[in-house]
Design a protein around this ligand. Structure first.
Ligand code: MRU
Length: 342
């Protein structure tokens, strides 16, 4: 069986290389419409990343790698500038920089067009394999019959397929370790409400939507034993940047004795960044807060502050699950034992 092929509970692919262009499931339109955006130049890929046509740390890295393939086919002389534009598309998810660094090393080896495409395909295939491995590792930490709460979208839509935190949830549901999945709606862009609930129902995994502001109350009812989230960048001491709202989930989880798991491939680990204080947090347009479904909901003239990631301190994390293994109660020494020094 083709290892990249979708399986049951895992049927969605959002980033598809079509031989001469990149076919991206447009995540701005889900779940209302399943439409695709075709990128034929690296600048179109950079624009798609900026506009959240494609989003989620690993998926951004994979799309950017294909963007380099397109750039090399367009004009090898313009590669450095194209790489710089891809690198600047979004600041927080280190998978973007990691994938571009890897493509740049292939370019430095004088890789031809086919070899560059091979490198991008390897990045995509390795991500899917890592997700399946993390699914097994993470699910094994969860006691049978548990309830879990997740945040944002970390599934097939955000990766090469299967997902990170949603991969653990897929594996945990298949193994009957997880009995209930709660998804926080993830304001303001609604990755949880629009994307995670769609993805889980599409793959026949029952999911219950909760308002972000219901999370602490949900924990107080005893219905969840684990919060399971992804990451955009994990610093050398285990501090973890993820979608805005993750930090307050970790605080509430600790208060209620609920365990907190971060699931991310090693491409999300940034040993060159000492702590969460050094991670750049993306600020997006206040317009994301001013309206709902195209309708303005806030009075004209209002101001808004819209950071789209936050940092959860390592001390609030019970386990970081990567394809290289699980780091329990992460700190700098435990991270270095698995990932080496920077
Ligand atoms: O702004 P987004 O939608 O790209 O943010 C995505 C997240 O924060 C995810 O939790 C993270 O990238 C992990 S995806 C496997």
């Amino acid at each position: 069986m083709n290892p990249s092929a979708p399986r049951s509970h895992d049927t969605i692919r959002a980033v598809l290389w079509q031989g001469d262009h990149l076919h991206l499931l447009d995540q701005r339109l889900l779940p209302r419409e399943e439409a695709y955006v075709d990128c034929r130049t690296s600048d179109e890929v950079a624009q798609a990343i900026r506009d959240l046509v494609v989003r989620g740390a690993p998926a951004i890295g994979i799309a950017a790698a294909w963007g380099v393939v397109l750039a090399a086919r367009q004009d090898r002389g313009g590669l450095d500038a194209a790489l710089a534009r891809l690198r600047a598309a979004r600041p927080t998810a280190v998978n973007l920089m990691w994938a571009l660094d890897r493509m740049q090393r292939a370019i430095a080896r004088d890789a031809g067009a086919d070899a560059l495409a091979g490198e991008a395909q390897a990045i995509q295939d390795e991500d899917l394999a890592a997700n399946r491995r993390m699914g097994e590792l993470g699910a094994s930490l969860i006691a049978p019959g548990s309830g879990v709460l997740t945040h944002c979208n970390t599934g097939s839509l955000a990766t090469a397929g299967y997902g990170t935190a949603l991969g653990v949830i897929r594996a945990g549901v298949s193994a009957e370790r997880i009995g209930q999945v709660f998804a926080g709606e993830t304001r303001p862009w609604l990755q949880g409400a629009r994307l995670t609930v769609w993805e889980l129902l599409r793959d026949a995994i029952p999911a219950t939507l909760v308002a972000d502001s219901a999370a602490a109350h949900l924990m107080s009812t005893g219905q969840v034993q684990w919060v399971v989230v992804g990451a955009d960048r994990i610093a050398a001491n285990g501090d973890t940047a993820n979608k805005i709202g993750t930090y307050q989930l970790a605080i509430a989880a600790r208060h209620h004795g609920v365990k907190f798991m971060v699931v991310a491939p090693s491409s999300t680990v940034d040993m060159a960044t000492a702590s969460g204080d050094d991670i750049e947090i993306e600020l997006r347009s206040p317009d994301e807060l001013f309206g709902y479904a195209g309708q303005r909901t806030v009075v004209e003239g209002a101001r808004a502050w819209n950071p789209v990631f936050d940092v959860t301190p390592a001390a609030l994390i019970d386990a970081i699950v990567t394809e290289r293994g699980v780091v329990e109660h992460p700190d700098a020494a435990r991270m270095a034992a698995v990932f080496g020094a920077a």
